[in-house]
Write a protein that binds this ligand. Structure first.
Ligand SMILES: Cc1cc2nc3c(=O)[nH]c(=O)nc-3n(C[C@H](O)[C@H](O)[C@H](O)COP(=O)(O)OP(=O)(O)OC[C@H]3O[C@@H](n4cnc5c(N)ncnc54)[C@H](O)[C@@H]3O)c2cc1C
Length: 472
């Protein structure tokens, strides 16, 4: 039996090595990673997958936040760690609402209820313990956290995946976002409110949106939203309806070729893109907005709908927040948690058993759901290896894919493979063949050369597969 266990642990390590090495880890069916439990080998489809037989006993991991990162981490910690690794997922909301695809709620082709995902499979298929509560405090020295229901949870490893929170910005409050000027940058009731506001526009009305300085959640997302809304307005209201995009960045932050084509050709005359804006101020009662343009002149706009995407930060990193109180918001601007990208452990002093993944982390990769799923796997792999007394994979690879709808029936895509660069300890985009530099120039993400219906169809498949890998 002992021999079998050692063999199992070794084969697990072999699998983990493959798992963390990139594309392979991202979107394969669950059964592909459940193959080293002899009794259940061959499980596939909807059958209950086998947990790895690692021989580990009595290990406790608490995962906080059941979004793209947290759900993936909880699932893969159980799959790869085995039944001796107790995984507790702390998440207050009953259902997860996917941000991915939520821009399509704004043109009526999807609705928020269709973007809801249950977390039940995490418990029923993988044995994740679920706790409906929020994290309130972390005691890193004692290895405990306290929750909103006043319970205390002990951990050997803590994985934080709380996503982002939005600043009160441009003169607006959280109540303004909820009731008058929705950001809808976390999908849910604000998305439905924004869709209603867009549907209520008439020909000649203006939709104005703002984009915060990078880094922000989903680099192509705002430009995608501008396209989806412009397409909807042209088709349903008339060509006099306008979309004004006010970007605090100096240029388009992702898929530049795609969005320049979309703004200057496909949606020319409807979208006006203005970069390098500052000093945005919004009066929700009068629906007026003022800003400084790139040369410092003040401009004033009257809009029918105002959609500010405010600056955001890791949830809990605000003054007095639980992440800040634990000293984990250690990026230069205090907004994000810096991590070691080999295992996603916090780099804050005394916090090496605390891991931060997803949008809350500062790790050199974009804040995206697909990337969150990948970070979760590298982190889960590293935690299981640590429990087994091994080092993290020294050369992790992660991939990112993202589709952007440009109209109701066409889309583009962006993809990149990130590879660990040991010279400075960062994840960097690798070109095909794994090169970080091409003729001395850093490799760049690849974007689709065309915007078409095939991409739109592929987008549906990609989304379904990603969500299945994360939740099912
Ligand atoms: C409009 C839009 C379109 C997008 N499109 C894409 C796309 O096409 N492709 C892509 O890859 N990404 C896309 N994204 C980005 C993607 O949604 C995020 O990057 C991703 O959700 C980040 O995952 P996360 O787990 O870090 O955070 P989230 O998914 O936001 O999950 C965080 C979870 O933590 C919970 N939580 C917060 N605080 C606590 C606490 N104190 N205690 C317990 N739980 C807590 C929350 O309830 C939430 O469930 C898009 C985003 C938007 C807004």
């Amino acid at each position: 039996m002992k021999h079998k266990q050692i063999q199992s642990a070794l084969s697990r390590r072999h699998v983990l090595g493959i798992a963390a090495s990139g594309l392979a880890a991202s979107l394969l069916p669950v059964a592909g990673w459940a193959d080293d439990d002899e009794e259940d080998a061959g499980a596939s489809g909807n059958t209950t997958p086998a947990l790895a037989n690692t021989g580990l006993q009595g290990k406790r991991v608490v995962v906080v936040g059941g979004g793209m990162a947290g759900m993936s981490a909880a699932k893969y910690l159980r799959l790869w760690g085995g039944s001796g690794v107790t995984v507790t997922l702390v998440e207050p909301d009953a259902l997860y609402v996917s941000n991915i695809m939520s821009n399509l709620v704004l043109n009526g082709s999807r609705n928020v209820s269709g973007l809801q995902f249950s977390r039940d499979a995490l418990s029923s298929k993988y044995g994740v313990v679920r706790k409906a509560a929020s994290l309130k405090t972390i005691n890193a020295a004692a290895h405990t956290i306290t929750l909103s229901d006043n319970t205390t949870l002990p951990y050997d490893r803590l994985v934080l995946a709380p996503g982002v929170r939005f600043d009160d910005a441009y003169g607006l409050t959280q109540a303004d976002y909820d009731t008058r000027t929705p950001h809808a940058w976390r999908a849910g009731p604000q998305t439905t409110l924004l869709a209603r506001q867009v549907a209520g526009m008439a020909n000649g009305d203006t939709f104005v949106m703002t984009i915060p300085k990078a880094p922000y959640r989903c680099p192509p997302g705002p430009y995608e939203r501008a396209c989806v809304v412009a397409d909807y307005l042209k088709r349903t209201k008339g060509t006099a309806a306008k979309v004004l995009v006010l970007d605090e960045n100096l240029s388009i932050q992702a898929e530049r070729h795609t969005f320049e084509t979309a703004f200057n050709q496909i949606h020319a005359g409807t979208i006006r893109y203005v970069s390098g804006v500052s000093h945005i101020s919004i009066q929700p009662a009068t629906r007026s907005l003022s800003y400084s343009d790139a040369v410092g002149n003040t401009q004033v706009v009257l809009a029918k709908v105002i959609n500010p995407i405010p600056p955001h930060r890791a949830e809990g990193s605000q003054a007095g927040g639980w992440l800040a109180n634990a000293g984990l918001n250690n990026s230069d601007d205090g907004r994000w948690a810096k991590v070691n990208v080999l295992n996603y452990a916090s780099t804050a002093p005394g916090a090496s058993d605390i891991h931060v993944i997803g949008d809350a982390a500062s790790c050199g990769m974009p804040k995206a759901g697909h990337v969150a799923n990948q970070e979760a796997k590298i982190c889960a792999d590293a935690i299981v290896r640590a429990f087994l007394g091994a080092q993290p994979d020294p050369a992790p690879v992660a991939n990112s894919a993202c589709y952007s709808p440009i109209t109701a029936t066409t889309a583009s895509w962006l993809t990149a493979v990130y590879q660990y660069d040991a010279t400075d300890g960062k994840m960097k985009i690798a070109s095909n063949g794994g090169k970080l530099l091409v003729n001395g120039v850093p490799a760049a993400a690849t974007e689709s050369s065309v915007i078409n219906g095939d991409n739109f169809e592929d987008m549906g498949t990609w989304f379904k597969t990603l969500m299945q890998d994360t939740t099912a």
